[in-house]
Design a protein around this ligand. Structure first.
Ligand SMILES: [Fe+2]
Length: 321
C-alpha cells in the first residue's frame, strides 16, 4: 500500500463502486517529447535557475495513455464530476479524486510514469506526497466562453497537464503558456498591459491522453474557455524531487484555501514527515556520522518550520495574475 494514500480516507471520501483497474501494460503508451525547453530559454537568471532542482521549463506535447487507457480515464473522470468545487481561480475542479478512484490513484502513483517524467524533467522525481496535489481534475465551466483557469504558476514544482477529453472535438479550451518569466508577467499585469500574443504559446494537442510537462511554479500558464458547448476535462499530476535534500516548495496557505481544512493540515504534516524520513534514511550505511548529524538537524529545522507554518497560517487569497 502506498504511504501517501492509505485506506484511512478523509471524512466524506469513499471509493467509486464501479471502475476499471489500472493496467500499465494496456493503459500506458508513453512516447518521449521531441522538444525540451529550459528556464534559460524563458529568460530566467542563472541564480534563480540554480535554486530549482533542474533547469527544465516545459516539454512539447507527448503521449501518455493508449486509446483504451484514455477511455478508462474519461469514464472515471465523468464519475468524479459529481464532486467538483469552485475557487477564486477555477470554476469547476475535483481535487482529492485519488481518494475516490483507485484507477486515478494508481495512474498518478505509477512508477513507469514517474520514471518517464523524471527523464523529461532532468531530475529524479517522486509522486507528490500531498494526495490533493495528485490527479487534480479541471472541468469546463458550464458557461460557454468563461476561461477554465487564469494566468498563474503552480503551488508545486513539477506537473503534467493531460487532456482527458478529446481536444479536437471542442472549439477552444486551449492550454497556453507564457514564454517569459513570472516577473515579466507580473510587470505586464501591474502596468495593465496585455500579454504580447507573440509570447503566448499554444501547443497543439492531438487527442486525449496527450500531455505537456512543466516546471509549474516557473512557467506561467492558463487554460482557455470553450467557445462553443462541449466537454473539456484535463488532469494535472504533481511531483516533488525524489532527493529530499532538495527543499520542498509547497504553498500551504494556498492549499488551505482550496482543500478541506482538516485534510490540508493532515496532508501537509504527513508530507513533511515523509520528506524528513526520506532525508534521514536516504543517506544509507556508507554515510559517516557527520552526514547523519547534518540530516537529522536539517529534518528537525524543517519540521519545526512546518509546525509554525500550520500554526500561523491565516486566511490569505488565491494567487493569480
Ligand atoms: Fe497550473
Amino acid at each position: 500500500m502506498s504511504q501517501i494514500i492509505t485506506d484511512d480516507l478523509p471524512k466524506g471520501f469513499a471509493w467509486l463502486e464501479k471502475e476499471p483497474d489500472f493496467i500499465p501494460s494496456r493503459h500506458l503508451a508513453l512516447e518521449a517529447p521531441e522538444v525540451i525547453e529550459s528556464l534559460f530559454d524563458f529568460g530566467y537568471a542563472p541564480d534563480e535557475i540554480a535554486k530549482c532542482p533542474s533547469d527544465f521549463a516545459v516539454s512539447s506535447i507527448f503521449r501518455v495513455l493508449s486509446d483504451e487507457g484514455a477511455a478508462c480515464l474519461l469514464d472515471v473522470c465523468r464519475q468524479l464530476s459529481a464532486y467538483t468545487s469552485s475557487n477564486a481561480r477555477i470554476d469547476r475542479n475535483t481535487r482529492g479524486g485519488v481518494y475516490r478512484s483507485r484507477f486515478l490513484r494508481d495512474l498518478c502513483l505509477s512508477q513507469d510514469v514517474t520514471d518517464f517524467m523524471s527523464q523529461i524533467a532532468g531530475v529524479t522525481l517522486a509522486p507528490h506526497s500531498i494526495a490533493h496535489q495528485l490527479g487534480h481534475l479541471n472541468y469546463n465551466p458550464h458557461e460557454v466562453g468563461k476561461d477554465v483557469d487564469k494566468w498563474h504558476v503552480d503551488t508545486l514544482r513539477y506537473d503534467y497537464v493531460m487532456f482527458v477529453t478529446d481536444p479536437q472535438k471542442v472549439v477552444g479550451g486551449e492550454f497556453q503558456y507564457f514564454k517569459g518569466t513570472k516577473h515579466e508577467m507580473a510587470a505586464f499585469k501591474a502596468a495593465g498591459q496585455e500579454v504580447p500574443r507573440s509570447r503566448i504559446i499554444q501547443p497543439k494537442m492531438p487527442g486525449p491522453g496527450y500531455a505537456v510537462m512543466q516546471q509549474g511554479n516557473m512557467v506561467v500558464h492558463q487554460a482557455k474557455g470553450l467557445r462553443e458547448e462541449g466537454e473539456r476535462i484535463t488532469m494535472v499530476n504533481g511531483y516533488v524531487a525524489a532527493d529530499a535534500r532538495i527543499e520542498d516548495f509547497t504553498r500551504y496557505d494556498q492549499l488551505k484555501l482550496v482543500d478541506p481544512a482538516d485534510v490540508s493540515a493532515t496532508e501537509f504534516a504527513r508530507h513533511h514527515a515523509l520528506l524528513a524520513q526520506r532525508l534521514i534514511t536516504q543517506a544509507g550505511f556508507e554515510a559517516d556520522d557527520t552526514v547523519h548529524v547534518a540530516n537529522l538537524r536539517e529534518a528537525a529545522r524543517r519540521l519545526l518550520a512546518v509546525a509554525d507554518e500550520i500554526a500561523q497560517t491565516g486566511i490569505s487569497e488565491i494567487d493569480h495574475y
